[in-house]
Ligand binder design. Structure first.
Ligand code: GDP
Ligand code: MG
Ligand code: ZN
Length: 291
């Protein structure tokens, strides 16, 4: 049978297959080849007679990708979650998250959450910035459930990692969509005082129809692993215009006849995205000088 590893438990692996769970050991042959199974792995396994009794993984399918933190394979997409209010969105941080995902070569989507707290016009403004950059954009509320259908369609059949700052509603969303998830949710201040989120294990929560969610703790800052000459390649809307600037290798800063700056001036590229680029270019030059 084939299934997906959703969790590791002290040397065993919980494998999901069409809504059923099988507790599996890795066959000796895998251990001999020092192939360590990972959450997210699509595996071949031999089931024991009854569900939840011991079965064994005999083969791990070739991985399409591997993330290190969290340790998970075969991620189809990362959904970056921001709240429209509480906490207010930080676009620079969102852009940093996007760059991190672009760097891994994994498709990204953006979810504007807590739609119940904001006016539709507010979210349309944010949505426009990122739609023009080429990202799929959604809005949702765990309170009113508006946007649920669109979101479900986006998640269907995929392994999706949820990322984004703390307090934006990632765990609430996970609990809502995944019957098995019992993630802790709550106000930011309470969480910090309890010092949680550090020892969380990696677990994929099945949503049915071969769809899985991975909730992650929030980061308030992100390390963008790029240099000044590769940063622009991580902005899809800049990359699209590569070759249209007067100078090849144009950094889109003070060069004349720059297609990116022209697109910013005409509104085709959002000013806030371009500002994030400039700010990061500056930070990267300082990192190189002092780092
Ligand atoms: N108004 C509103 N509050 C929400 C929504 N989703 C989550 N919350 C609240 O936001 C707080 C943080 O949620 P949580 O899921 O723990 O955020 P996480 O840190 O991203 O996992 C909790 O108090 C939730 O009840 C929503 O759609 N609307
Ligand atoms: Mg959470
Ligand atoms: Zn340029």
């Amino acid at each position: 049978m084939t299934g997906t590893i959703i969790k590791g438990i002290a040397g065993f692996y919980l494998v999901e297959h069409e809504g059923m769970r099988f507790l599996c050991k890795a066959r000796g042959i895998l251990r001999k080849d020092s192939q360590k199974p990972l959450v997210g792995d699509r595996v071949e396994f031999e089931a024991a007679a009854t569900e939840e009794s011991e079965a064994s993984i005999t083969e791990i399918a070739a991985r399409r990708n591997v993330l290190l933190r969290p340790a998970v394979s075969n991620v189809d997409q990362v959904l970056i979650v921001l709240a429209l209010k509480k906490p207010d969105p930080q676009l620079f941080l969102l852009d940093e998250y996007l760059l991190m995902v672009e760097k891994q070569g994994i498709p990204a989507g953006i979810l504007w959450n807590k739609a119940d707290l904001a006016e539709t016009e507010e979210w349309r403004q944010y949505a426009a910035i990122y739609e023009s950059a080429g990202y799929p954009v959604f809005s949702f509320s765990s309170r009113s459930l508006e946007g649920l259908d669109g979101l479900k369609a986006f998640l269907k059949g995929k392994i999706t990692v949820l990322a984004g700052p703390s307090g934006v509603g990632k765990s609430t969303l996970t609990n809502l969509l995944c019957p098995d998830a019992r993630m802790e949710t709550g106000e930011i201040s309470r969480k910090i005082s309890r010092g949680k989120q550090t020892t969380r294990h990696t677990e994929l929560f099945p949503m049915g129809e071969d769809s899985y969610l991975l909730d992650t703790p929030g980061f308030t800052s992100v390390f963008v692993d790029a240099d000044q000459d590769s940063l622009r390649e991580l902005f899809p809307e800049f990359w699209k215009r590569e070759g249209q600037c007067r100078y090849s290798g144009c950094r889109h800063l003070s060069e004349p006849d720059c297609s990116v700056k022209a697109a910013v001036a005409s509104g085709e590229i959002s000013g806030s995205r371009y500002e994030s680029y400039r700010r990061l270019m500056k930070e990267l030059s300082e990192r190189r000088r002092y780092g």
